[in-house]
Design a protein around this ligand. Structure first.
Ligand code: FES
Length: 262
């Protein structure tokens, strides 16, 4: 066999194998904004839409379930229920009708945070529409994060900023609650304000953080920081790749082998 023939055979075989692999993928029908497509099962809604030919220039950010850019609504055949999901997290199911919501208009109050106190009236003044909530709970049903949105709004109405902050901690500001709200509230902006006030004015300061800031200011890390600053890119990369990582299952008492900078 000539070298030329050998070279030719390799890629051809690989290509055939790839084609076979592709043929083994099961395709399922989904409807994107009313149009039918066949997409491989197991894809996320986002990837399925891309497979179908859509290109995201909005409504897509982290692809990891944290930025809230990809709020999506869908229905399944024979089910009256309108369901919600993050397109980057939910996987396709046969015959789903999918539509991504665009950015949903929501006014954010303007304020100088430094001038705000922890008084509940601060929230009432900035977002008087808070009291338009009719407790229908549509917001909770629309939350892809499973947050008790209406309970958090109720807490705010009662002036309990700490509780609203705790309940809304997982909010990623996708705006699906706002798109369904009969009272026309922008819940996610209210929650953001609640968490800011809670973090800055209500919760007690972390002692270990204050201690660490003091240690940094006293210069304990100056030498190592200066050494790092002088390193070349490849040295830094090597150091980073060889670093000791804290095991996922590590307990509170875990310490690295080198404790010089603890
Ligand atoms: S793209 Fe960020 S949450 Fe889906």
């Amino acid at each position: 066999m000539s070298v030329k023939a050998k070279k030719k055979k390799g890629p051809t075989t690989t290509k055939l194998r790839e084609e076979k692999k592709v043929l083994k993928v099961k395709l399922i029908p989904v409807y994107v904004m009313g149009k039918r497509y066949e997409v491989p099962e197991g894809l996320t809604l986002m990837k399925a839409m891309e497979y179908a030919g859509y290109r995201f220039i909005r409504g897509c950010g982290c692809r990891g379930g944290t930025c809230g850019a990809c709020g999506t609504v869908y229905r399944k055949p024979g089910d009256y229920k309108l369901q919600v999901a993050l397109a980057c997290q939910k996987t396709v199911e046969p015959d789903m009708y999918i539509t991504q919501i665009p950015f949903f208009p929501a006014n954010r109050a303007q304020y100088e945070f430094a001038e705000l106190t922890s008084a509940p009236e601060e929230v009432f003044k900035l977002y008087p529409e808070l009291f338009r909530c009719v407790a229908c709970n549509a917001c909770t049903k629309a939350c892809p994060q499973g947050i008790e949105v209406m309970d958090a709004i109720s807490a705010l109405k009662q002036g309990n900023i700490a509780e609203a902050s705790r309940l809304s901690f997982e909010c990623i500001q996708c705006g699906l609650c706002t798109s369904r709200c009969l009272g026309e509230l922008a819940q996610y902006h209210l929650f953001q304000l609640a968490r800011r006030i809670y973090g800055a004015r209500i919760v007690s300061r972390a002692e270990h953080l204050a201690e660490m800031v003091k240690t940094v200011n006293e210069g304990k890390y100056d030498d190592i920081l200066n050494k790092l600053k002088r390193m070349k890119k490849d040295e830094l990369e090597k150091l980073y790749q060889e670093r000791e990582e804290e095991p996922v299952t590590a307990g509170e008492d875990w310490k690295p082998r080198d404790t010089t900078y603890l």
